[in-house]
Design a protein around this ligand. Structure first.
Ligand code: NI
Length: 260
């Protein structure tokens, strides 16, 4: 069985001591590939260094909405250069809107549009972070698709309602579920996870955050994507093997990965 964890942050300090052990455990769990997300372009070197050690890593470059005050007149050019500089870059992001704690909506919008434009130019998928922002995000995408053309991508660590899920499926997005789908009170997210077609479904850990049940509250790590897969398989009344095959195919399709 082959699983792909489509969203990790293993460059964070909490993993510094035991990356080799982490790899041993993800290999035992059946994880054959990981897509490393990027919160800000200054992380690029640290992510590349990890990918040099672990051949099963691809990665993204972009600026997270909660860091959008770091955007300068040079940032777009920088992201574009970095994305072109390394063939292991498979996506632009993470980018998006986060209106849960931020009040800088206009700046977030501007930074998101600029990154969508980079992805469009490079014909690369986008990794989208959406928190308390589904309606404005949908509107922004609809406008962008109309004015500039569609971009493909994934709604990562998805936490939306069934209705919101349909909006983003209609816009062509893949939907990726993390450990939060396993949480007891996540009723809406479980409903959403049941309605995503098998050819649009992805899985992720978003580690080190949001460890799935039965590891909830602990440091999350790529091997735990197996718990997400097992949970989704039972929720969707399918086998773990089918769910693994479908989500792995989808990740390969979206990020244009070829498994070694
Ligand atoms: Ni992330």
């Amino acid at each position: 069985m082959q699983l792909i964890d489509t969203h990790v942050h293993v460059n964070f300090d909490v993993f510094q001591e035991d990356l080799i052990l982490l790899q041993k455990r993800w290999q035992e769990a059946g994880v054959v590939h990981l897509v490393h997300s990027c919160v800000e372009p200054t992380e690029f070197g640290s992510i590349q260094a990890i990918a040099d050690k672990f051949s099963e890593l691809s990665f993204a470059v972009g600026l997270h909405p909660l860091d959008c005050e770091k955007w300068t007149s040079q940032t777009a050019e920088r992201i574009l250069e970095l994305a072109k500089s390394d063939p292991r870059v498979v996506a632009i992001g993470e980018m998006g809107l986060d209106l849960y704690k931020a009040d800088n909506y206009e700046q977030q919008q501007k930074v998101l549009q600029a990154q969508l434009e980079i992805a469009r130019q490079l014909d690369k998928p986008v990794i989208i972070h959406c928190r308390d922002a589904a309606a404005p995000l949908r509107e922004l995408f609809e406008n962008f698709w109309r004015e500039r053309g569609p971009v493909r991508g994934v709604m990562h660590c998805w936490g939306g309602t069934p209705e919101e899920t349909k909006w983003f499926l209609d816009l062509g997005f893949y939907i990726s579920f993390s450990g939060i789908v396993t949480f007891k009170n996540a009723r809406q997210i479980k409903e959403s996870a049941c309605l995503v077609p098998s050819d649009r479904l992805l899985i992720e850990t978003d580690c080190p955050f949001l460890a799935p049940v039965p590891k909830r509250g602990k440091r999350n790590e790529p091997s735990y994507v197996r718990y997400v897969a097992e949970y989704l398989a039972s929720l969707r009344q399918t086998s773990l093997e089918s769910l693994a095959r479908e989500t792995t195919n989808n990740a390969c399709q979206l990020f244009q990965l070829s498994l070694g």
